[in-house]
Design a protein around this ligand. Structure first.
Ligand SMILES: [Cu+2]
Length: 116
């Protein structure tokens, strides 16, 4: 009896895992983030993007790691979302209007005073 329950539990776990693998992908995108404020701006903006499950921006490497549902969005759309938040995303330059709204220290070539 106990083995049966354990077996069905494991089966369920495997099924769940397979399902999760099927519906999520992960990509890394190079951004122009320079400080924690940039990180917050990008993360908050892209988190609302359809199909994005999780986004983490590493300020030191400037890399955004995005977990997304490939059925609902695409790397291109995610890059575009980052651009619309005011930052470069791989080969896509930052959206001009969004970039102009950024805090002065977050603009390219600037060194933020609160940088770690
Ligand atoms: Cu910044």
């Amino acid at each position: 009896m106990k083995t049966k329950i354990l077996f069905s539990f494991i089966t369920l776990l495997i099924m769940f895992n397979a399902n999760a693998q099927e519906t999520t992908s992960e990509i890394k995108i190079k951004t122009s983030a320079t400080c924690d404020m940039c990180k917050e701006t990008i993360e908050k903006y892209v988190a609302f993007e359809k199909g994005v499950k999780k986004i983490t921006v590493d300020v030191d490497t400037r890399m955004a790691t995005v977990v997304y549902n490939p059925k609902k969005t695409s790397p291109e759309k995610i890059r575009l979302a980052i651009s619309k938040s005011g930052y470069d995303a791989d080969n896509i330059p930052a959206d001009k209007k969004a970039y102009e709204k950024l805090d002065a220290c977050c603009k390219k070539g600037q060194v933020c005073t609160d940088k770690k």
